[in-house]
Design a binder for this molecule. Structure first.
Ligand code: ATP
Length: 367
């Protein structure tokens, strides 16, 4: 069942700034959806519109079968945690967590026992009597999460909840958020610009750019089969290689990607080969992650790119070689919007885009 439906939602701030642009998305009951994108792409604004903290300029926000666009925040069944969870400074951890239950009319004994139980799940059972100022950043975030979840909201919204924590704490709390939201089966929308958080937590990731969703899918879908060059470039470390190429189809329908001074033949069974063999001469962007390459030193040029080793970095688990091959590299941030493959019917005249490439990601520029 759909828990939340965003139907053509837009937000225009004063000064005509379009922060969210006609965005539509369904979020399923119990789903963990991550909104991922660079700074300023509209993630927080979208989250705040779902929470009712920001007015929607156009479009509708549905909660189940209820059009909640005009509902007050408290009537939406949502709870939200921010970058730095604001706690009541003069209340203990336990009092902070139990407060929403007291407001709802629950008696103190029941509220306090529920809060203590939740605190245990959040690994802050030992600091129940402490005041917020005496807590670490990670503990404060845990209290904020406990306070948000104590009333069992229908929808749990988190806005970069780990961004102020150190790396170890971030990993730990990330795992706990994942486990907890799964156990509670609460519909969760999580805003981040951190791809590791997105890939590890999400059932689905919606990648945003300039107020719109550029791709949405499971972590493996958006990583292995990104809809656009921008998405390909945003996910993955080191960054994917996006290479300008021309499709070359031989008389036997074999497809090669021609990079100017060198080329690579695609396997005839590669699904991109099956598409590209109808597009001899098309200019494409071929995407290949570094993991698709291996370094060889023999002289056989078949299916190899030749280049000069410029740098070699040891990263512990892996090493990264930087090889200059004389190929035109495309900056994904500067590539215009690309029409995802599934949104088109044909691509014959160079004005539409599609996926291609030698390792999961690429597309053609529009226009
Ligand atoms: P970040 O990751 O940096 O938090 P974001 O993706 O969450 O970024 P938003 O905070 O939603 O982005 O902002 C989207 C755009 O809307 C930005 O250009 C921002 O400057 C603008 N914006 C946000 N809030 C307001 C506001 N209250 N008034 C005017 N413009 C705003």
């Amino acid at each position: 069942m759909t828990a939340i439906r965003l139907d053509g939602v837009s937000k225009v701030f004063e000064g005509e700034h379009l922060a969210v642009d006609d965005l539509s998305l369904d979020i399923a009951d119990g789903e963990f959806l991550v909104l991922l994108g660079p700074s300023g792409c509209g993630k927080t604004t979208l989250l705040r519109m779902i929470a009712g903290l920001e007015r929607v300029t156009a479009g509708d926000v549905w909660f189940g079968r209820t059009n909640g666009t005009q509902l007050a925040p408290r009537d939406r069944g949502v709870a939200m945690v921010f970058q730095t969870g604001a706690l009541y400074p003069n209340r203990t951890v336990q009092e902070n967590i139990m407060f929403p239950l007291q407001i709802a009319g629950q008696d103190d004994a029941a509220a306090s026992s529920t809060a203590a139980g939740l605190a245990d799940v959040l690994s802050i059972g030992s600091v129940l009597d402490r005041m917020p100022r005496t807590l670490s950043g990670g503990q404060r975030q845990r209290v904020a999460i406990g306070r948000a979840l104590v009333r069992r909201p229908d929808v749990f919204l988190l806005d970069e909840p780990l961004s102020n924590l150190d790396a170890t704490m971030r990993t730990e709390l990330r795992q706990e958020i994942g486990a907890m939201t799964r156990d509670l089966n609460v519909t969760t929308i999580y805003v981040t610009h951190d791809q590791v958080e997105a890939l590890t937590l999400a059932d689905r990731i919606a990648v945003m750019r300039d107020g719109r969703i550029e791709d949405v899918g499971t972590p493996t879908q958006v990583y292995n089969d990104p809809a656009t060059a921008f998405v390909a470039g945003f996910l993955g470390t080191p960054r994917i290689n996006l290479m300008a190429a021309t499709v070359h189809v031989t008389a036997h329908h074999r497809v090669a990607l021609d990079f100017g001074t060198q080329s690579i033949a695609l396997s005839p069974t590669d699904r991109r080969s099956l598409i590209l063999r109808h597009h001899d001469g098309a200019r494409v962007i071929a995407g290949a992650r570094s993991s698709a390459f291996s370094l060889v030193t023999d002289d056989d040029p078949a299916n190899q790119l030749t280049g000069t080793l410029r740098a070699f970095e040891f990263h512990g688990q892996q090493s990264i070689a930087f090889v200059q091959c004389g190929i035109e590299i495309v900056d994904p941030d500067t590539v215009g919007r690309i029409v995802p493959a599934h949104a088109q019917q044909s691509a014959g005249d160079g004005s539409t885009g599609r996926r291609t490439g030698s390792d999961g990601a690429a597309g053609r520029r529009t226009g």
